[in-house]
Ligand binder design. Structure first.
Ligand SMILES: Cc1ncc(COP(=O)(O)O)c(C=O)c1O
Length: 544
């Protein structure tokens, strides 16, 4: 088995190799030569692009939007610049093989399940999996065995998956061929993948990790360790989420010899475009170069920025921004070492969280008596600050190496102001005025009561009648939403963001889940999944 180094080793030879950007260099040379172009795309460098857009952004970027023209290689059968660029990525991450993805981690997750599983194979999947895992289940025909991550009651958020949860589920379902986890979660909660990988491999199961949010974890000892460094057999990373690549640019890594490159490549051919964007692939080539040359200092800066932001947020009355205390297992009584660490240490705290990604700031606003979404909208409308998402009592800010000290100051000022105004609203004076003027509480503000709009933990998992793939192909009918409780869901119900299905197609839409979804519907939460996103109607499947 290949031994994976803990951190990239910055030898002179490594730096020389990683300073190259083969695809960027090849395309730059091509556009300088500027041959008469009779290939696709049809816009001919820039000439065919709308004047309106060219005036706004200039021409240069469009001339990089080429295709498999002479000397520019082919993503689906790489032997030149793309192959070299992918090999540099492989070296940087210490993987066995790495691949560029142009359809986001969405296609990476689909490919991961397609590569590892066959129709009817069982796979352990946590209930906080992203909807792209559902797509992978439909495509592969694999059958999920559900496990529950831990739940942070105080925050209304899913935490990590405990190793013992995986061990117990594999004991109960020894035929499972793989375990497919998300780590870090959107909120930056990392499971103890090292211990989980050992459990999987001792039972001949593969560990597949949706690491869409964690491509940057490999460059600083202060960050939780990345999935490949903990024994994942396959993992997917969205380079566009934290590292500097363009939207949709992601990567897939094979981490071990338990899977062949052939399996991954066949799966990728199925889910990737036959016209992959060179802009996206160049952005991957250059993001890899930046990480290789500057990753460690950039991540140290990000870490400091994150600490400053977290400390600043926790100093605001009514705001909580949880930190490493969530990772605490037990600090042994009398231990000299009371420092909490971000490294997987064989155990995770009560919420299954073994590490916390510093790029995520979970901002809990429940004590202000408003919901996360109200807080998020106020920050945007009144302070021109846009947060990634809001859910229940929390909002989520994503920090990256491209954020500055000033950005963090602006965020903190906006949060201070919003917290002050919100606190004033929750204790109105008799005439309805506050000392900051009239501020209408949003619909759904709870004045301190727990928020209804949080990820739900139901008393039991909904019974499965059809597998995701069977449900996908089953005949369906749309019925009024009011009559859907107790019927078999023909489509997923996915509050978005974060894109985690609450019911999968083929499962019973239990009255409990229906009630919760109905609350979200009345709160005008956006749903992905249903053909009718307003949920006036819902598609169901009749029993076999
Ligand atoms: C956990 C998780 N996995 C996968 C994805 C899909 O990633 P992409 O947007 O790169 O397709 C997302 C998107 O937010 C996600 O949150």
């Amino acid at each position: 088995m290949k031994k994976v180094p803990v951190m990239p080793n910055h030898t002179t030879a490594f730096i020389r190799r990683q300073s190259r950007s083969p695809l960027f260099e090849a395309v730059t040379a091509y556009r300088k030569r500027r041959p008469g172009y009779f290939c696709i795309p049809g816009h001919r460098y820039e000439r065919g692009i709308s004047e309106l857009w060219r005036r706004e952004v200039g021409d240069a970027v469009f001339s990089y939007d080429l295709t498999e023209a002479s000397g520019l290689d082919d993503l689906h059968a790489p032997e030149g610049a793309i192959r070299e660029a992918q090999m540099l990525l492989t070296e940087l991450y210490g993987a066995a093989h790495s691949y560029f993805l142009v359809n986001g981690s969405t296609c990476g997750n689909e490919a991961m399940l397609l590569a590892a599983l066959s129709p009817g194979d069982r796979v352990l999947v946590p209930r906080n999996a992203h909807k792209s895992i559902l797509m992978g289940l439909v495509l592969s025909g694999a059958v999920p065995v559900w496990i529950l991550p831990e739940y942070l009651e105080n925050y209304g958020l899913w935490g990590g998956v405990k190793p013992q949860t995986v061990a117990q589920a594999l004991d109960e379902h020894p035929d499972c061929r793989a375990v497919c986890l998300v780590s870090p979660t959107y909120q930056g909660f990392c499971s103890n993948l090292q211990a989980i990988a050992d459990i999987c491999h001792s039972r001949d199961a593969l560990l597949l990790v949706d690491e869409a949010h964690g491509g940057h974890l490999y460059f600083s000892e202060k960050f939780p360790r990345g999935a490949l460094r903990q024994g994942a057999d396959l993992c997917v990373q969205s380079f566009h989420k934290v590292t500097g690549a363009l939207t949709q640019s992601s990567v897939l890594h094979i981490g071990s010899d338990r899977l062949t490159s052939r399996q991954a490549e066949a799966a990728l051919k199925l889910v990737q475009s036959s016209s992959p964007s060179y802009l996206l692939m160049i952005s991957l080539d250059l993001a890899r170069r930046e990480l290789a040359l500057h990753g460690p200092e950039q991540m140290d800066r990000l870490y400091r920025l994150s600490q400053k932001a977290r400390d600043g947020l926790n100093a605001v009355p009514g705001i909580k921004c949880p930190g490493l205390e969530l990772t605490d297992a037990k600090i042994p009584a009398g231990s000299q070492n009371t420092r909490r660490t971000n490294r997987p240490g064989g155990q995770a705290g009560p919420w299954g969280i073994a590490g916390l990604d510093p790029s995520r700031l979970v901002i809990h606003v429940g004590d202000l008596g408003i919901e996360g979404d109200t807080f998020r909208r106020r920050l945007f409308d009144r302070h021109n600050i846009d947060l990634e998402m809001a859910e229940g009592d929390t909002a989520l800010a994503v920090l990256t190496t491209a954020n500055t000290e000033e950005d963090v100051e602006d965020l903190l000022n906006a949060v201070r102001q919003t917290a002050k105004e919100s606190a004033a609203v929750t204790t109105p004076q008799t005439d309805g005025r506050t000392d900051t003027g009239y501020i209408a509480p949003s619909a759904g503000a709870k004045n301190g009561a727990p928020c209804s709009d949080r990820p739900a933990v139901f008393s039991s998992l909904p019974p499965t009648v059809f597998s995701p793939r069977e449900a996908w192909f089953a005949p369906k009918q749309a019925i009024p939403w009011e009559k859907a409780a107790g019927r078999i869901a023909g489509e997923a119900l996915i509050p978005y963001p974060p894109g985690i299905p609450m019911v999968y197609p083929g499962e019973l839409l239990t009255p409990e889940i229906w009630n919760y979804a109905d609350t979200l519907r009345r709160n005008r939460r956006r749903f992905h999944g249903p053909a009718d996103p307003s949920l006036t109607t819902f598609q169901i499947i009749d029993r076999r």
